[in-house]
Design a protein around this ligand. Sequence first.
Ligand code: FEO
Length: 165
Amino acid sequence: MLKKEVLDRLNEQINLEHFSANLYLSMASWASAQGLAGTAKFLKEHSNEEMEHMHKLFDYVNETGAQAVVGALKTPPNEFKDIKDVITQTYKHEKFITSKINSLVDLTLTQKDFATFNFLQWYVAEQHEEEALFSGLIDKIEIIGTDGRGLHLIDKELGTTIAVG
Ligand code: FEO
């Protein structure tokens, strides 16, 4: 049986993962409109991964006999400066998600909810991988540059990059 504090935060995390899926889908649409097919493919796949993160939490909450709540989502941004802006915003967003996961893990410890603590370890590892992925992509963009040929190379690279998780 989940304690109310933990249930509320799990439901908040469901909403955050759902928003992440929409954010990356919106970015994929922007990339597609710019003719960046590789980037669009990568971001769309990443959006699907976020839906899986959301469903995993959703199933966990319902398995405990509690009720997962599907809440309202704010509209994600749909205008971006350039590809570096998009990837920088994904990295910033993932760092924010990591902070939310960490505080949720912390709460499970103070509440002595060891089952949820154990369940959340997958998310702790996942956030580490995602931060490393996006930080690495920013490094690559800085090395390659985003003018003409550089932009083409980055888009190609993103088209073959596997979304983690
Ligand atoms: Fe669900 Fe991008 O972490």
